[in-house]
Ligand binder design. Sequence first.
Ligand code: ATP
Ligand code: MG
Length: 135
Amino acid sequence: SDRTLVLLKPDAVERKLVGEVVSRFEAKNLDIVAMELRQLDADTLARHYEEHVGKGFYDDLVAFMSRGPVVAMVVEGPEDTWEVVRKMMGATNPRTAEPGTIRGDLGILFTENLVHGSDSLASAEREIGIFFPNL
Ligand code: ATP
Ligand code: MG
């Protein structure tokens, strides 16, 4: 089995798109092996976004990611699950993300791009350790 971390960001929860996005992963025949609604704090976000700490957009990113709860989940598939999920999410900027992707179909603003998915197998293992240390 092969797992990745997915976060449904505060905009997805506010806009009541949790079911819509979860449905896409289910329809793809991926397994949801953990899922929790959770308010993120600054420490957790600094660990999760360690590669972005100190960048110009970091404070805006933290303000956005902590303005309401996220849905954190671990998604499992047969192989390269992180890559399958990233393809389903579409490009970082929803304005230019392809139609048919989560961001391309549902988003329009850059920061409010609905969903996070780990960007490598190593990132997936690291991030699952942050959000679901008992898994
Ligand atoms: P995520 O890590 O959230 O899945 P991503 O891997 O597609 O998204 P990253 O480069 O890791 O993109 O950036 C993390 C998040 O930071 C993006 O989702 C976006 O909301 C925000 N972000 C990234 N670059 C910028 C930027 N130049 N200006 C504003 N916000 C940005
Ligand atoms: Mg990223």
